[in-house]
Design a protein around this ligand. Structure first.
Ligand SMILES: [Zn+2]
Length: 85
């Protein structure tokens, strides 16, 4: 999985690197540049992160899961702190 937005069946599509979710939008098909697709993806709640030199793409559901995992980790840290004192 290296190219995530590519001309696929004659059109752009985005694929999540975590869950494999694929998004296609009719308005993307008139774009010539993938940067325009990225702008739309960001607006829709997608997230991008560079990992080992490669851009990873996370769909809105995975972004939400990532954020709640982060919240859980922080909550755990707080609980651990107050258990100690
Ligand atoms: Zn996903």
């Amino acid at each position: 999985m290296s190219v995530h937005e590519s001309k696929y069946k004659g059109g752009w599509y985005a694929r999540c690197d975590v869950c494999g979710y694929i998004q296609e939008k009719p308005e993307w098909q008139k774009y010539d540049d993938r940067a325009e697709v990225w702008i739309d993806m960001k607006r829709d709640g997608w997230s991008f992160r560079k990992k080992d030199g490669k851009w990873m793409h996370y769909c809105p559901s995975c972004v939400e899961a990532m954020q709640s995992a982060k919240r859980d980790a922080e909550a755990k840290k707080r609980r651990a702190y107050f258990e100690e004192v």
